[in-house]
Design a protein around this ligand. Structure first.
Ligand SMILES: [Fe+2]
Length: 255
């Protein structure tokens, strides 16, 4: 995978300098902002950067509380090793399947942006994978799009359909649940179980084969803003903890 293009190189001591304007420009243009900073921003500046994009979503899950600062800043330290505990996935070295953030929540509860900043890259074995939704959409047939626009997760009140339009963009709200079943409902005319399962299967295949997919190779001070309505994201497998320096990213979720 190619690395995403760096839009701006800057000194963190100069914050905000050109950083906020540069990010804003790149996020509008391609749904992704990448800034190479000489050093990570202070928490204070990082939070200010977040508020320039919107409102930070509080981290309320009990399992993550030891990793939270200021209520909204999550320290993603890959110190959980390989684990099956889903609540510890962000801190694990397991691969993370492709997803849009919060796909099981109502639109109001889904973040618009995910802001990640690298403090310590660790052994750099686990790239963050970015898949442009526009490429996935352009490879999807009109009939599959019609079905998926009328398909949503069952048992998740208020969730948006798997595919929707937002401005000029085709937006997906979807996660690859891998071995876990996905229960869905579809309200499209003439939708059969076979047809919808087929459309979902083809969507998964396109997500993993999309043109324009990039992999972030983290380095200290690298800051990436992902528009959750324009990119799926995921993570490659890392090395088990014993064999690796511990990766540390800071994260904000912004709505
Ligand atoms: Fe995520």
């Amino acid at each position: 995978m190619a690395e995403p293009e760096v839009g701006l190189t800057a000194k963190s001591a100069d914050f905000p300098g050109e950083i906020l304007d540069g990010l804003d420009r790149d996020i509008r243009r391609r749904g992704l902002g990448v800034v190479r900073l000489d050093e990570p921003l202070s928490n204070d500046s990082f939070l200010k950067l977040g508020s320039s994009l919107g409102t930070a979503i509080p981290e309320t899950a009990p399992a993550v509380q030891p990793y939270v600062e200021d209520g909204v800043l999550l320290n993603l330290r890959a110190d959980a090793g390989i684990t099956r505990d889903v609540s510890l996935q962000p801190f694990a070295s397991n691969p993370l399947s492709l997803h849009s953030e919060g796909s099981g929540r109502s639109l109001a509860d889904q973040p618009r942006y995910i802001v990640l900043m690298c403090v310590e890259p660790g052994d750099n074995s686990a790239s963050t994978v970015l898949v442009p939704m526009a490429e996935v959409a352009s490879d999807t047939s009109d009939e599959d799009l019609r079905l998926l626009r009328a398909t949503r997760y069952a048992d998740a009140p208020g969730v948006p359909p798997v595919v929707r339009s937002q401005g000029d963009h085709t937006v997906f709200s979807f996660r690859d649940f891998q071995q876990d079943p996905l229960r869905w409902i579809c309200e499209a005319d003439g939708a059969t179980q076979h047809a919808v399962n087929g459309a979902l299967g083809r969507l998964l295949a396109r997500m993993y084969g999309a043109r324009g997919t990039s992999g972030v190779l983290w380095s200290r001070g690298l800051l990436v803003v992902i528009d959750n309505t324009r990119f799926f994201h995921g993570r490659m497998a890392g090395l088990p903890r014993a064999a690796a320096r511990t990766r540390h990213l800071k994260r904000l979720r912004i709505r």
